[in-house]
Design a protein around this ligand. Structure first.
Ligand code: SAH
Length: 348
């Protein structure tokens, strides 16, 4: 399998069969080699820098019913909240003072925040802080809505494809279609956003064949960012009794993704940090180069519960900032507080 990993390293591509063979036969030894090569790749592209993004979870209302997610509409036990425009600005202000130059506005699919409201928020942040990058992560909207967000000044958009297996996708997302998800991602790219796709690890019934589809889907799409994290069951969802994903499989997928898309911005996710005390460090060592510390007000953090056992729900933004920097340094990497755009992206 070393020859296959070398091919991935040098050519940034593998066939369906090669990827499947790699995943089916991976052992401690080859995993170590894979991670080494992914690390070399990131050192060539972004060096030892890890970009910081300030995450603002501004609403946990959601009209969707994703079976894995704790804030799904059907979870009547979720304690719902929305931040006001003033609260969002306050959080940005605090984040800016702490040095953040990217704000990620994430939420459930909440119709209260219609296009005009989102546009007003984006414009207000850009007016006060013209040099920051704004990332939106608010689910599926029309081409026209996305275009207006971009025109208002939004720079990036995160919309994980969740799984590239159409069958599994549609089982997990009642009333949604994989075709619409793909269309949104293509629309976002066409408009000019830096686009983030990505998938979960350890979904019920997910196989190595499914992971191969995820990896090749990413290679075909060519996103600027890729979010990969373990699925973690939430107690008040239909998947409460499931096992969820492992650190090992997540590391493997991060490493392969780093080599398939050498210039990609790849976060070591909060979910990965939540299943292992050193999860984020392990992700960074496997090729990840972004972390997204939480900036949300402490009082709402527990309420943005996509899964059980989420870390940092009790910490102030300033503590998170210090803690993650110390961890990154200890792991042998350096924090980069700049906007951290994708190497090959220019605003059009
Ligand atoms: N509504 C937005 C943002 C979703 S939350 C959207 O549709 O894009 C961000 C990500 O959290 C999701 O894309 C999903 O991959 C992840 N997520 C949701 N529930 C999860 C769970 N139980 N375990 C791990 N990750 C989860």
């Amino acid at each position: 399998m070393r020859a296959v990993i070398d091919k991935l390293y040098f050519q940034n591509n593998l066939t369906n069969e090669e990827l499947l063979a790699l995943l089916n036969s991976i052992n401690e030894d080859t995993k170590k080699y894979l991670i080494e090569k992914a690390h070399e790749t990131r050192m060539r592209t972004y060096g030892d820098m890890v970009f910081m993004r300030g995450l603002i979870e501004f609403t946990n209302y959601c009209k969707r019913n994703c079976r894995y997610c704790g804030i799904r509409a059907g979870n009547k036990l979720a304690d719902r909240y929305r931040l006001t425009d003033e609260e969002i600005m306050q959080v940005c202000c605090e984040g800016y003072e702490l040095g953040y130059r990217t704000f990620v506005l994430q939420g459930g699919e909440d119709d209260y925040f219609n296009d005009d409201k989102i546009i007003a928020i984006v414009k207000a942040i850009k007016e006060k802080y013209p040099e920051v990058a704004i990332t939106l992560s608010i689910g599926e909207r029309s081409y026209e809505s996305y275009r207006r967000f971009y025109e208002a000044g939004a720079d990036r958009y995160l919309l994980r494809h969740e799984t590239a297996s159409k069958e599994l996708y549609e089982k997990l997302h009642p009333g949604m279609s994989f075709e619409s998800r793909k269309k949104c991602l293509h629309d976002l790219k066409k408009i000019g956003f830096q686009v983030g796709a990505g998938f979960m690890i350890g979904l019920p019934g997910q196989t190595n064949e499914d992971y191969v589809m995820d990896l090749l889907f990413l290679k075909g799409l060519g996103p600027h960012m890729v979010g990969i994290g373990p699925f973690i069951p939430h107690k008040d969802t239909p998947l409460a009794g499931d096992i969820g994903g492992t650190v090992e499989t997540t590391e493997i997928m991060l490493a392969i993704t780093r080599m398939l898309l050498p210039n990609v911005l790849l976060p070591a996710t909060t979910a990965l940090g939540s299943i292992d005390h050193f999860g984020r460090e392990k992700g960074i060592k496997a090729g990840a180069n972004v972390v997204m510390p939480n900036l949300s007000p402490t009082i709402v953090r527990k309420k943005y519960a996509l899964y059980d056992g989420k870390i940092c729900t009790g910490d102030e933004a300033a503590e998170c900032r210090k803690c993650i920097e110390a961890r990154i340094n200890k792991a042998g990497f350096n924090v980069d507080m700049s906007r951290g755009d994708n190497l090959v992206w220019r605003r059009i």
